[in-house]
Structures are given as structure tokens and as C-alpha cells.
Ligand binder design. Structure first.
Ligand SMILES: [Zn+2]
Length: 410
């Protein structure tokens, strides 16, 4: 590994000293003695999303407020938003990480980058903007939405790089598919993140937009995108370990799981000044890989996020991850990439799982329904009811898609 253990240990101890002294939340929790080995990291307390909410807005900041030059936050659809702050140096480091993300796809100053991540409180828009500008690309800051205009600009400006959520990439692909006039697009690569997406979705995006799709990873709690990115092998995302320390833990026992085994991703920001985070439980399920990658990168990989530990549905006693169903559906030719899962509880207290999918125009809906029901039954052992709808019936998302509706809590 390119990053020496001793250097990392030193960085850990200086980080722990800093947060102990500057953030009362950590001061009360982190033992005073320094770490003597990186193995001891696993004994430090974890930080949860609720800790951010309880310390809203500035309670977890480690610098005086007048050193904070920017804040971003998560949408806060459930409870208080998660706030993260940046000093001037944090913005510089974030920009470097975002530059690295784009360089992984060979982006250069010759590229025209259409940035359809939302600008504003969400980290995606500004993050990708900074990275592309540092490289010297021509940045087109469209933000998300106004799909027709996005497609028009892709054509008129000759956009070569697209950045947005994978759900929105599918919306754009559909809009292009519907166009009567089919002049080829100049799109070459795209960077998609901020929500989990399957290999099936990758195929649909790549086919629909005619580009090579790169998965990127990041989250508001760690300062936004720029934590990890795929290389052109597309076999896992390289974690920027000079900025972030990654672990995988068993979600039940919270103890580390060995490399190569699925666990919940836990991340620590090693360099952030304004909002350092120690051992954040991301709730994202992944596998960390120790083996070197064929691309020669010094950084370890995490496999594509398989979903979240808290999005598991229990339907009639069976564990179901929406991502499993997504993979099955996207392998069935004739379906669009859009779907919705509706879990309900009937009068006799039996949970039902309804899977709503959309057929492409001119396809045999009855055959698609049977095929989808059989495949789901065969793969995850669950009987469900598939309803095949006409194209464009399900809601489209400009940001993160809402795929699951659980009516049982109502
Ligand atoms: Zn690689």
C-alpha cells in the first residue's frame, strides 16, 4: 500500500487530539490516550446520523464559526437536516478529491461537462462544479431538472461529460429515446452517485446515453461526493484513503468484518477542519477489497453499494432488499428502468408486495408480468404481484428516486 501505516497512525492521533479539544461531543467520548496501532480504531465510538441531528446546526464544528466559508446540508426529509461545514482549506481539499473523481474517467480540459446535479444546499452540484473547473473543463451548470432543455444543451453544446444522479440519467435517456430527430450525442463518460444503483441500471444508462458510466461515492456527513470513484475496470470504487479511513462492520454487533465480506461502511474524515467525523456509520452495505486492482491504483476498493442496512424490507418474514428486485427487473428486456415497490398489509394481516413496472412501447405486457413474477420468486423466494404499466406512468426523479412505498406504517 502506498500510504504508510505510520503516517496514517500519526494523522489519526492528530485528528483525535483536535476533535477532543474542539468538539465537546467527541471530547466526552474519545479516550485521552493516543492510538498505538490502527487496530485500535475499531474500539473508538461510532458516530450516527442522529448525532448530527442532535448537534444541529453547528455543534459538531471543530473551528470557530467565522472560519467556516461554506455550509451544505442534506435535504432533511426526516427530521433536522445534517449540516456540514468547510473552511477555505476544506474547500481546497474537496476540490482536489473531485478533480480526482473526474480524472478517473479521463476527463480533461478538452471536455464539456454538463453538471445536472442539484446546486444549492445539496453537495453534488457544487462538488462536481469545483472538480471540473479545476481541471479546466468547460462547465455547463444546468443543475437538475428541465429535462428538455438538458437534452437540447447536450446536443447544441456538444456535451461530452454528464454528471447527475443515476435516476436522473435514466430520465434523460428516456427523453432522448423519445426524440424524433436522432442526431448522435457527443457524450463520452458520466459520473453517477448519491444513491445506490445496480449493474442493470448501469447497462441501461450506458446504452441509453451512449457513454461509459462511472460510479462515484460520497455523502453529506463526509462533505459530499469525492470519497471514492470507480476506475475504468469498473470493479469496485477506489477509496481516497489519504483523506478517508474506511472500515466495514457487522451491522448487528458493530465489530469489524474481514475484507471480502459484506458489511456496513464506516468512514472517518482524516483531514477535514470544519466538520471532522470519526467513524461515521453510513448504513451503506458494501464489501471492502484488499487485493490490488489491475489499474494499479494504490487505494483499496469498495464494491458498488448494495443498498442500505436500513432499507431492508421484511415481507412475510423474508428479508428483501429493493436493490435485489431492481437487478432482476433490469435484466428483463422490455421493461423501462423505472419501478416502484409497494408493501401493504391486508385485513388478514398478510403483507403484500406489489411491484409496479413499466413496459416499453409495443411489448407483450402479460408475458412481462409472468416473467417478472417468476424471476422474483425464483431468485429471492418471494411471491409478489407484478403490475405492468404503460411507459411514463411512474413518477420520474430529478434527484434521488423514491422506490419503496411502505403503507404498513400508516
Ligand atoms: Zn482500479
Amino acid at each position: 500500500m502506498a500510504i504508510a501505516q505510520s503516517e496514517t497512525l500519526e494523522r489519526w492521533n492528530s485528528l483525535l487530539n483536535r476533535v477532543r479539544a474542539k468538539v465537546p461531543f467527541y471530547g466526552e467520548r474519545i479516550p485521552a490516550r493516543p492510538l498505538t496501532s490502527l487496530d485500535e480504531v475499531a474500539d473508538l465510538p461510532l458516530t450516527l446520523k442522529d448525532d448530527f441531528r442532535e448537534n444541529y446546526p453547528f455543534g459538531l464544528f471543530a473551528v470557530p464559526r467565522d472560519e467556516v466559508v461554506r455550509v451544505h446540508m442534506s435535504s432533511g426529509t426526516t427530521g433536522r437536516p445534517v449540516v456540514t461545514g468547510y473552511t477555505r482549506s476544506d474547500l481546497e481539499l474537496w476540490g482536489q478529491c473531485m478533480e480526482r473523481v473526474l480524472l478517473a474517467g479521463g476527463v480533461s480540459r478538452a471536455d464539456i461537462v454538463q453538471n445536472a446535479y442539484g446546486y444549492g444546499l445539496f453537495t453534488g452540484g457544487f462538488g462536481f462544479h469545483m472538480g471540473a473547473e479545476r481541471i479546466g473543463c468547460t462547465v455547463v451548470p444546468t443543475s437538475s431538472g428541465v429535462t428538455q432543455r438538458q437534452v437540447m444543451l447536450m446536443r447544441d453544446l456538444g456535451t461530452t461529460v454528464l454528471t447527475c444522479t443515476p435516476s436522473y440519467a435514466l430520465v434523460l435517456a428516456e427523453a432522448i429515446d423519445r426524440e424524433a430527430q436522432r442526431t448522435p450525442l457527443a457524450l463520452r463518460v458520466g459520473f453517477f452517485g448519491a444513491e445506490p444503483w445496480s449493474e442493470g441500471m448501469r447497462r441501461q444508462i450506458q446504452y441509453g446515453l451512449g457513454l461509459e458510466a462511472f460510479d462515484t461515492y460520497g455523502l453529506t456527513e463526509l462533505g459530499g461526493p469525492g470519497v471514492a470513484v470507480e476506475c475504468s475496470e469498473h470493479n469496485g470504487l477506489h477509496i481516497f484513503e489519504d483523506h478517508f479511513h474506511a472500515e466495514a462492520i457487522d451491522p448487528e454487533s458493530a465489530r469489524p468484518v474481514p475484507a471480502g465480506q459484506e458489511g456496513e461502511l464506516v468512514l472517518t474524515s482524516l483531514r477535514r477542519e470544519a466538520s471532522p467525523v470519526i467513524r461515521y456509520r453510513t448504513r451503506d452495505r458494501t464489501i471492502l477489497l484488499d487485493e490490488p486492482c489491475r489499474c494499479g491504483s494504490p487505494y483499496r476498493r469498495m464494491l458498488k453499494v448494495q443498498g442500505r442496512t436500513d432499507d431492508m424490507l421484511v415481507v412475510r418474514g423474508e428479508n428483501v432488499f429493493p436493490s435485489q428486485i431492481e437487478s432482476i427487473l433490469l435484466d428483463i428486456e422490455g421493461l423501462t428502468g423505472n419501478y416502484q415497490l409497494v408493501v401493504d398489509r391486508q385485513a388478514r394481516h398478510l403483507d403484500t408486495l406489489d411491484v409496479l413496472v413499466e413496459a416499453r412501447a409495443h411489448s407483450d405486457q402479460e408475458a412481462l408480468r409472468r416473467r417478472a413474477e417468476d424471476q422474483i420468486k425464483e431468485t429471492i423466494g418471494l411471491t409478489c404481484k407484478v403490475t405492468v404499466l404503460a411507459p411514463d406512468v411512474l413518477p420520474r426523479s430529478e434527484g434521488k428516486a423514491k422506490r419503496v412505498i411502505d403503507r404498513r406504517e400508516l
